[in-house]
Design a protein around this ligand. Structure first.
Ligand SMILES: [Fe+2]
Length: 182
Protein backbone atom coordinates (compact mmCIF):
# COMPACT_ATOMS: atom_id res chain seq x y z
CA UNK A 1 0.00 0.00 0.00
CA UNK A 2 1.14 3.52 -0.82
CA UNK A 3 1.38 6.24 1.80
CA UNK A 4 -1.29 8.31 0.03
CA UNK A 5 -3.69 5.39 0.02
CA UNK A 6 -3.21 4.89 3.77
CA UNK A 7 -3.98 8.56 4.37
CA UNK A 8 -7.12 8.24 2.20
CA UNK A 9 -8.35 5.34 4.34
CA UNK A 10 -7.68 7.31 7.52
CA UNK A 11 -9.58 10.31 6.15
CA UNK A 12 -12.66 8.14 5.69
CA UNK A 13 -12.66 7.26 9.40
CA UNK A 14 -11.08 10.26 11.12
CA UNK A 15 -12.61 13.72 11.10
CA UNK A 16 -10.41 15.55 13.61
CA UNK A 17 -7.39 17.09 11.93
CA UNK A 18 -5.25 16.61 15.06
CA UNK A 19 -5.91 12.88 15.03
CA UNK A 20 -4.88 12.68 11.37
CA UNK A 21 -1.72 14.67 12.12
CA UNK A 22 -0.86 12.31 14.98
CA UNK A 23 -1.08 9.35 12.63
CA UNK A 24 1.03 11.08 9.95
CA UNK A 25 3.61 11.88 12.64
CA UNK A 26 3.77 8.27 13.83
CA UNK A 27 4.07 7.13 10.20
CA UNK A 28 6.98 9.49 9.60
CA UNK A 29 8.74 8.22 12.73
CA UNK A 30 8.12 4.59 11.79
CA UNK A 31 9.62 5.18 8.35
CA UNK A 32 12.82 6.59 9.83
CA UNK A 33 13.03 3.81 12.42
CA UNK A 34 12.63 1.17 9.68
CA UNK A 35 15.41 2.80 7.67
CA UNK A 36 17.68 2.74 10.72
CA UNK A 37 16.94 -0.95 11.27
CA UNK A 38 17.13 -1.95 7.59
CA UNK A 39 13.44 -2.89 7.61
CA UNK A 40 10.70 -2.15 5.04
CA UNK A 41 10.25 1.61 5.43
CA UNK A 42 7.18 1.81 3.21
CA UNK A 43 5.10 -0.74 5.09
CA UNK A 44 6.28 0.47 8.51
CA UNK A 45 5.17 3.99 7.60
CA UNK A 46 1.78 2.65 6.49
CA UNK A 47 1.39 0.84 9.84
CA UNK A 48 2.15 4.11 11.63
CA UNK A 49 -0.38 6.05 9.56
CA UNK A 50 -3.13 3.45 10.03
CA UNK A 51 -2.53 2.59 13.68
CA UNK A 52 -5.39 4.70 15.14
CA UNK A 53 -7.76 4.43 12.17
CA UNK A 54 -10.67 3.39 14.43
CA UNK A 55 -9.90 5.95 17.14
CA UNK A 56 -13.07 7.99 16.54
CA UNK A 57 -15.27 4.93 16.02
CA UNK A 58 -14.40 2.77 19.00
CA UNK A 59 -16.15 3.03 22.38
CA UNK A 60 -12.93 3.61 24.23
CA UNK A 61 -9.64 1.96 24.87
CA UNK A 62 -11.31 -1.43 25.52
CA UNK A 63 -12.22 -2.05 21.85
CA UNK A 64 -9.59 0.21 20.24
CA UNK A 65 -7.92 -1.56 17.26
CA UNK A 66 -10.65 -4.26 17.09
CA UNK A 67 -12.58 -2.12 14.60
CA UNK A 68 -9.29 -1.35 12.88
CA UNK A 69 -8.90 -5.08 12.31
CA UNK A 70 -12.30 -5.13 10.55
CA UNK A 71 -11.57 -1.97 8.54
CA UNK A 72 -8.16 -3.18 7.38
CA UNK A 73 -8.79 -6.92 6.98
CA UNK A 74 -7.98 -7.98 3.42
CA UNK A 75 -6.52 -4.55 2.65
CA UNK A 76 -3.18 -4.79 4.45
CA UNK A 77 -1.20 -7.84 5.52
CA UNK A 78 -2.06 -9.77 8.71
CA UNK A 79 1.26 -8.84 10.32
CA UNK A 80 0.45 -5.16 9.86
CA UNK A 81 -2.95 -5.62 11.51
CA UNK A 82 -1.35 -7.58 14.34
CA UNK A 83 1.14 -4.78 14.90
CA UNK A 84 -1.71 -2.28 15.15
CA UNK A 85 -3.55 -4.52 17.63
CA UNK A 86 -0.42 -4.97 19.70
CA UNK A 87 -0.18 -1.24 20.43
CA UNK A 88 -3.25 -1.84 22.60
CA UNK A 89 -2.03 -5.21 23.89
CA UNK A 90 -3.43 -4.48 27.34
CA UNK A 91 -6.90 -4.92 25.82
CA UNK A 92 -6.36 -7.05 22.72
CA UNK A 93 -3.98 -9.55 24.24
CA UNK A 94 -1.84 -9.35 21.07
CA UNK A 95 1.60 -9.09 22.59
CA UNK A 96 4.29 -6.76 21.21
CA UNK A 97 6.76 -9.51 20.36
CA UNK A 98 8.30 -8.33 17.06
CA UNK A 99 10.42 -5.30 16.10
CA UNK A 100 7.50 -3.84 14.11
CA UNK A 101 5.15 -4.09 17.10
CA UNK A 102 7.71 -2.66 19.52
CA UNK A 103 8.59 0.15 17.13
CA UNK A 104 4.94 1.16 16.88
CA UNK A 105 4.55 1.37 20.67
CA UNK A 106 7.67 3.50 21.07
CA UNK A 107 6.89 5.70 18.03
CA UNK A 108 3.30 6.32 19.11
CA UNK A 109 4.48 7.46 22.55
CA UNK A 110 7.44 9.54 21.41
CA UNK A 111 5.35 11.51 18.91
CA UNK A 112 3.47 13.12 21.80
CA UNK A 113 6.68 14.16 23.53
CA UNK A 114 8.03 15.73 20.35
CA UNK A 115 4.83 17.63 19.56
CA UNK A 116 4.81 18.98 23.12
CA UNK A 117 8.48 19.95 22.81
CA UNK A 118 7.81 21.85 19.57
CA UNK A 119 4.82 23.69 21.01
CA UNK A 120 6.83 25.19 23.89
CA UNK A 121 9.41 26.66 21.48
CA UNK A 122 9.01 30.35 20.61
CA UNK A 123 8.51 29.44 16.94
CA UNK A 124 6.34 26.39 17.81
CA UNK A 125 8.35 24.58 15.12
CA UNK A 126 10.15 21.25 15.01
CA UNK A 127 13.17 22.97 13.46
CA UNK A 128 13.83 24.63 16.80
CA UNK A 129 13.71 21.38 18.81
CA UNK A 130 17.14 19.92 19.57
CA UNK A 131 17.80 16.26 20.42
CA UNK A 132 19.59 17.25 23.67
CA UNK A 133 16.59 19.31 24.70
CA UNK A 134 14.32 16.35 23.98
CA UNK A 135 16.38 14.13 26.27
CA UNK A 136 16.01 16.67 29.09
CA UNK A 137 12.26 16.74 28.51
CA UNK A 138 12.16 12.95 28.46
CA UNK A 139 13.82 12.91 31.89
CA UNK A 140 11.63 15.66 33.30
CA UNK A 141 8.60 13.99 34.86
CA UNK A 142 6.76 17.32 34.89
CA UNK A 143 6.92 17.74 31.12
CA UNK A 144 4.11 16.19 29.04
CA UNK A 145 3.08 13.92 31.91
CA UNK A 146 0.63 11.92 29.80
CA UNK A 147 3.39 10.77 27.51
CA UNK A 148 4.57 7.35 28.69
CA UNK A 149 8.34 7.17 29.19
CA UNK A 150 7.91 3.46 29.72
CA UNK A 151 6.44 3.04 26.24
CA UNK A 152 9.11 5.23 24.65
CA UNK A 153 11.72 3.07 26.39
CA UNK A 154 10.48 0.03 24.47
CA UNK A 155 12.90 1.38 21.81
CA UNK A 156 15.68 -0.28 23.85
CA UNK A 157 14.21 -3.67 22.94
CA UNK A 158 14.88 -2.95 19.25
CA UNK A 159 18.43 -1.83 19.77
CA UNK A 160 18.25 1.91 20.33
CA UNK A 161 19.35 3.99 23.25
CA UNK A 162 16.62 6.43 24.29
CA UNK A 163 18.76 9.42 23.23
CA UNK A 164 19.39 7.84 19.84
CA UNK A 165 15.73 7.02 19.41
CA UNK A 166 14.67 10.57 20.26
CA UNK A 167 17.00 11.86 17.53
CA UNK A 168 15.68 9.40 14.95
CA UNK A 169 12.08 10.20 15.83
CA UNK A 170 12.73 13.94 15.62
CA UNK A 171 14.37 13.45 12.20
CA UNK A 172 11.37 11.48 11.03
CA UNK A 173 8.84 14.04 12.18
CA UNK A 174 10.79 16.84 10.55
CA UNK A 175 10.29 15.17 7.18
CA UNK A 176 6.54 15.69 7.67
CA UNK A 177 6.80 19.14 9.32
CA UNK A 178 4.75 20.94 6.67
CA UNK A 179 1.88 18.44 6.85
CA UNK A 180 2.00 18.55 10.63
CA UNK A 181 2.04 22.34 10.71
CA UNK A 182 5.00 22.18 13.09
FE1 LIG B 1 -1.45 6.72 18.37
Amino acid sequence: MERGEAIEIVRRHISKENNLKHMIAVGAIMKRVAEALGEDAKSWEVVGILHDVDFEECDGISDHTLKARDILGGIVSPDMIEAIMAHNYENTGVMPDTPLKKALIASDAVSGLIVAAALVMPSRKLSEVKPEGLMKKFKSKEFARGCSRERISVCKEIGFGVDQFLGIALDGMRTAAAELGL
